[in-house]
Design a protein around this ligand. Structure first.
Ligand code: SF4
Length: 423
């Protein structure tokens, strides 16, 4: 395709964690006119591809160099700086951002500490019982949707991964799989499930405990067997490859995942693996938030809430980014990426704020320094991670504003130069 018109195939959508990489993006006269195969959520994420391309200081337009010099001065003179990995940036950009936090001996965090910290800590304590989406598509013959229907927030999950498509070992697709909906309070599973169980929200963990006891051949706490646990145990025990799917990031409009769900389901999955193959798979949001966890883990050893104040990385899971801003523990904040709405949004606070990323110039609250960049996957290529931790290459169908990774590297060079000059 030319820079202004044509169709680019195999573009990856970061509208949700499914990261569908089969999107054909049609561009006419420099605008996106169609994102073929994308669901409505994905089409909205691509939009027409128009984003602002400005640099601003205290609300007034300025040059990129002036904004970068001022940003470096703000960060190097800060008592304690926070680097926040927001959304719609590539792993290359995240990596450059982590390097700045390291040089500044500041803190670095991403969206995950506000949304899935409980699950991350549970995985570190207990391990994971995971599977790739490809494995699920090709092998799973029993899918349990645990208090979630992917149709709203992950619209193509069911058609791309499970239960609808035919898989290598499930050639009849939906007809070859058993689908169970576990409704938890108001959070309902898919309407077309083969089996449906209802659980009050306040006894969810008790039912998981009863299910584990039933699978082990005991009644829970010595009492009568829970009929829901008995039914679910029967379905799971009959499967060859069972997958329990839950929404780890249900968003502000949905009931939050209870503390303990992730760990309890992991324990259940580990127990199931004694007799069948089982996986516990969280649904995750978009914008390459798993990329931030991966980059932080490979650069520092920890997937979130990292503190470099002693000159080496330390894990601080009790000090997430919103808390650091709210408490005044940091006096400068560098947000890299598109600020999330709802969970993971940073409170206003008193710290001086620099935002580098897509639509930075219209971010709220208004940053002291803003530099617009392109959106990873629309204007920028690079690497991003799907909800099952699979890395995918991004193809950029449009040229756009400055590339985020280049801008952040340029800021990093200025920060290093200023630190050296003041040493
Ligand atoms: S399901 Fe998610 S990743 Fe796929 S097209 Fe829709 S929003 Fe994009």
């Amino acid at each position: 395709m030319s820079e202004t018109s044509g169709v680019m195939e195999h573009v990856t959508c970061l509208g949700c964690g499914c990261a569908c990489d089969d999107i054909a993006v049609a561009v006419r006269d420099g605008y996106i006119v169609e994102a073929r195969h994308a669901c409505p959520l994905g089409a909205a994420w691509f939009g027409d591809g128009r984003v602002p391309a400005e640099a601003r200081m205290d609300g007034a337009p300025c040059t990129m160099d002036a904004a970068l010099d001022a940003a470096a001065a703000t960060l190097t003179s800060a008592r304690r700086a926070l680097v926040y990995l927001a959304l719609d940036i590539s792993c290359e950009t995240q990596r450059a951002a982590v390097a700045i936090a390291d040089v500044l001996q500041g803190c670095v965090d991403g969206v995950s500490s506000s949304t899935v910290a409980g699950g991350i800590l549970a995985a570190q304590r207990r391990g994971r019982v995971g599977a790739t989406l490809g494995e699920i598509r090709n092998r799973a013959d029993c899918i349990v949707f645990w208090g979630t229907d992917p149709a709203t927030r992950y619209p193509r999950y069911t058609s791309r991964y499970a239960p609808d498509p035919a898989g290598l070992f499930v050639p009849n697709g939906r007809r070859g799989r058993v689908v169970v909906a576990v409704d938890i309070g108001a959070s309902r599973g898919p309407a077309d499930a083969d089996t449906r169980l209802a659980i009050a929200a306040d006894v969810e963990l008790d039912v998981i405990a009863a299910l584990r006891a039933t699978l082990a051949g005991h009644s829970a706490a010595g009492g009568a067997r829970d009929p829901r646990a008995a039914e679910l145990a029967r379905v799971l025990a009959a499967a060859h490859y069972a997958v329990i799917v839950y929404d780890a990031e249900p968003g502000a409009a949905q009931p939050a995942s209870p503390l303990g769900r992730s760990e309890a389901l992991t324990a259940l999955g580990q127990q199931l693996n004694a007799t069948i193959r089982a996986a516990i798979t969280p649904l995750r949001g978009g914008g390459n938030r798993l990329g931030a966890e991966a980059v932080l883990a490979w650069q520092t050893g920890f997937p979130m809430t990292v503190d470099f104040s002693r000159g080496y990385p330390r894990y601080r899971p009790d000090d997430n980014a919103p808390d650091l801003v709210r408490s005044g523990a940091v006096d400068a904040v560098l947000v890299i990426g598109a600020a999330p709405a709802g969970d993971g949004a940073l409170p206003a606070g008193d710290a001086r704020r620099i935002v580098i990323g897509p639509r930075a110039s219209s971010a709220l609250p208004a940053p002291h320094i803003a530099i617009d960049t392109g959106v990873a996957g629309i204007h920028e290529s690079g690497l991003a991670f799907r909800m099952d931790d699979i890395p995918l290459a991004l193809r950029a169908p449009l040229p756009g504003p400055p590339v985020a990774a280049d801008v952040v590297r340029s800021l990093g060079a200025r920060v290093r130069a200023q630190r050296t000059a003041h040493a």
